[in-house]
Ligand binder design. Structure first.
Ligand code: COA
Length: 161
């Protein structure tokens, strides 16, 4: 039986895991920005991404522009997904912890995540990232072939179900 994967909102306590996963060589290869990040800028990025309530006070009603989750199996963090607000859609991206890859967790994360949204979704996948192409397609994304591709990036879209 497949272990049950759970998605929960990310928090500052996840900084270390997210940092290690972000700087993993295969993650960097699959990312649009493949630069290695330093811990201080990672912390600043995470703080801003989590949109702390105290920072948020003046604009309490402003909808969030970024949502970040941690995927857990039996209480162990195995990956992360992110949603960034873009024009008329949410852009999804995902990473599985290096030690947890190849076990179907990306499939499980994405198939759960897409049902949180009732708006169009997009995903940008690097050419050659076969695992992510499969994951996107199985979660209902369709490769958009009628638009000009940006370099080595494939554009996937998904309509709300
Ligand atoms: C891409 C990534 C998320 C896949 O996660 P995963 O949990 O290992 O994926 P799964 O086990 O759910 O496998 C998904 C599919 O890809 C295949 N696959 C897994 N790793 C693969 C690899 N290195 N090469 C080719 N296919 C691969 C699996 O066999 C599976 O195929 P199936 O649908 O035919 O069964 C993970 O490798 C990762 O985090 N990579 C670095 C970050 C990244 O590239 N993120 C995506 C940015 S869009």
């Amino acid at each position: 039986m497949t272990d049950q994967l759970n998605l929960r909102p990310a928090e500052m306590a996840d900084a270390e895991n997210l940092f290690v996963w972000r700087n993993d060589p295969d993650t960097r290869k699959g990312s649009h920005n493949s630069d290695e990040v330093i811990f201080e800028s990672h912390l600043a990025w995470l703080e801003a991404s989590l949109d702390f309530p105290e920072q948020n006070k003046p604009e309490k009603n402003k909808p969030k522009q970024r949502l970040l989750w941690i995927a857990e199996v039996n209480g162990v963090a195995v990956g992360t997904c992110r949603a960034d607000r873009v024009e008329n859609a949410w852009e999804l991206s995902w990473t599985v912890a290096p030690e947890a890859r190849g076990k179907g967790f990306a499939h499980q994360m994405l198939s759960k995540l897409v049902h949180y949204f009732d708006e169009p979704l997009v995903a940008l996948v690097k050419v050659g990232n076969i695992a992510s192409m499969k994951v996107a397609e199985r979660a209902g994304f369709v490769l958009k072939q009628d638009t000009e591709q940006e370099g080595d990036i494939l554009l996937y879209t998904r309509r709300p179900s």
